[in-house]
Design a protein around this ligand. Structure first.
Ligand code: DHB
Length: 390
């Protein structure tokens, strides 16, 4: 009797084992999307979630026989929370991919979990150069601050800007922007007369802007994270700095498409360098913007949305390439070297660095049909992250 039960047990175990691959195949493919949905970075979360859902609406929720499931978690942009949520998603929900990451500290805090659990970590927002080096499982679809900063440091001295003050948010991406702008600007014959840093949490730009007014450089070079640009622009205008002949330049984060339309005429003529503008004139982008707005009560997609949208494409393509099997290492390998036309323009995931290679555009804020847009007027093609050479 005992022996028979054992044999039966063994037989059913063998059956189960044989059925396992089919069973695994039928499991949903889970993407744990960790974003700041509330708090200071909430617009980043709103934009990326909307873009991810649009991607799924356009491309279906079944890939290579696997149902794709999006699990959205709000980290309120606190890195300890990001890490805890990632841990829970990996251990309890058994997610196949971690994605999102609104700010650099959140991505950095989670990278060790990606390494330990061999889970791909797709960075859709955070933009400090070094993030991709924090784990071999990190793949980035946003941009890097050095990518954007260098283009402006080349443009400015050729356009009458010889002296600048830099004003950046005091954390890793701000330090990247400050350094890469300053070094290249200096190389091109410019001079940074002062480098100012404002805190990430509850920034008050007023005292810093007063100082810039007194220093009277040709330009104020700004990096602030998505969502903070409107406050800078408003106070810049209130202090009459544009009228005092100080030009505002920076990375495109400051003329964020999420807020640009509400910034008013003080934003007109502001030149920035960035990888995405909602005004990018390609058919792919026109379709993306129209469908995003349709699905989101007229909300204009910004550069965060494009990071989320392309991040979903990279995940979908990787799952397809593994024939629906997935697996952390196989997925990351299948993400490496992907090349495609994004609404932002042509992009490429560098197989060596797992970072994105893309065009950087020079853009100027203009009014068209009563709305403000970042209108592209020049392009530097296929820019690799300059931060990786160091
Ligand atoms: C980061 C966040 C932003 O909102 C942004 O515009 C650029 C960089 C970051 O934390 O890496």
């Amino acid at each position: 009797m005992h022996k028979r039960t054992l044999l039966q047990g063994a037989a059913s175990a063998a059956l189960l084992a044989a059925a396992a691959p089919v069973f695994a195949q039928a499991q949903p493919f889970k993407i744990g999307l960790i974003l700041p949905m509330t708090g200071q970075q909430a617009t980043t979360g709103r934009q990326i979630e909307a873009a991810a859902r649009l991607w799924m609406q356009q491309n279906g929720d079944t890939v290579a026989g696997r149902k794709v499931q999006l699990i959205v978690k709000d980290d309120t942009s606190l890195p300890d929370t990001t890490r805890r949520l990632a841990q829970e998603l990996v251990v309890n929900d058994k997610v196949d991919v971690l994605a999102g990451f609104g700010i650099t500290p959140s991505a950095m805090a989670t990278a060790p979990i990606a390494t330990q659990s061999k889970t791909p970590l797709v960075v859709m927002a955070a933009a400090t150069s070094s993030i991709t080096q924090a784990s071999p499982f990190v793949v980035r679809t946003s941009f890097t601050l050095p990518q954007a900063a260098v283009a402006m440091a080349d443009w400015a001295p050729k356009n009458g800007i010889k002296t600048a003050v830099t004003l950046v948010t005091d954390y890793a991406p701000g330090i990247d922007a400050e350094k890469f702008f300053r070094d290249r600007f200096l190389f091109n014959g410019g001079k940074v007369v002062e480098s100012l840093r404002v805190p990430l949490r509850n920034p008050d730009f007023a005292p810093f802007l007063q100082k810039v007014r007194d220093l009277k450089p040709d330009a104020l070079y700004v990096f602030v994270p998505s969502g903070a640009g409107a406050a800078v622009m408003k106070q810049f205008g209130e202090r009459g700095m544009d009228k005092a002949g100080i030009r505002l330049i920076g990375t495109g984060d400051v003329t964020d498409d999420d807020q640009l339309n509400d910034m008013g005429d003080v934003a007109l003529g502001v030149v920035t360098s960035h990888h995405y503008s909602a005004a990018h004139p390609s058919p792919a982008n026109k379709k993306f913007v129209a469908e995003f707005q349709k699905a989101n009560k007229g909300l204009r997609p910004n550069f965060m949305a494009i990071g989320g949208y392309d991040g979903m494409r990279v995940i979908y393509e990787a799952l397809k390439k593994t024939g629906g099997k997935g697996g952390g290492e196989a997925l990351v390998n299948a993400m490496k070297g992907q090349i495609f036309e994004s609404p932002r323009g042509p992009v490429f995931i560098d197989a060596q660095t797992r970072d994105i290679v893309q065009n950087i555009y020079l853009r100027k804020v203009e009014k068209k049909d009563g709305q403000l847009w970042n209108v592209e007027f020049d392009v530097i093609k296929d820019v690799k992250d300059p931060g990786k050479a160091r």
